[in-house]
Design a protein around this ligand. Sequence first.
Ligand SMILES: CC(C)(COP(=O)(O)OP(=O)(O)OC[C@H]1O[C@@H](n2cnc3c(N)ncnc32)[C@H](O)[C@@H]1OP(=O)(O)O)[C@@H](O)C(=O)NCCC(=O)NCCS
Length: 142
Amino acid sequence: MEIERVLEPADEHVEVFRRLLPQLSSAPAPDVATLGRICDDRRVVLLVARLDGAIVGSLTLVVFELMTGVRAIIEDVVVDEEVRGGGVGMALVSEGLRLAAELGARSVDLTSRPSREAANRLYGRAGFVRRETNVWRYSVTS
Ligand SMILES: CC(C)(COP(=O)(O)OP(=O)(O)OC[C@H]1O[C@@H](n2cnc3c(N)ncnc32)[C@H](O)[C@@H]1OP(=O)(O)O)[C@@H](O)C(=O)NCCC(=O)NCCS
């Protein structure tokens, strides 16, 4: 398995996210222009996992500097249901954490609904510790 950073999104990536994104979210799958904007953003690292040449999973790392330090968040972690349970998720998270450290982040945050049992187990195994905090969201669109 290889983990690679997407630098120049192509049709292959559009096809892959058309399959992967519905396994994570109801958001519409990105077109190549959207993926291009994401990858052009120097704060964003879009990682994909390849198994026998095919992309089977993805993770997005965002690293940004604030007055209080360099922070990182992990979002949009998804592995194709066909290959789950084989360590792809852990490989993506491990590489995300390695890159976050390399980019100077002092911490890496993520959120995951309790119903996402495999994900929550994975994050615990990877070394994340649950924080006592309230997660708030203001919905701009109703
Ligand atoms: C969470 C997710 C990314 C994990 O990917 P993965 O490649 O299966 O991850 P791993 O193989 O490294 O670890 C998965 C865990 O599920 C277990 N597992 C075994 N068979 C499995 C199967 N058929 N399906 C799912 N998980 C399985 C693994 O053994 C491991 O359990 P453990 O933590 O108790 O050891 C994947 O399940 C997924 O994409 N889920 C839907 C989207 C989602 O919830 N994303 C997270 C958003 S916060």
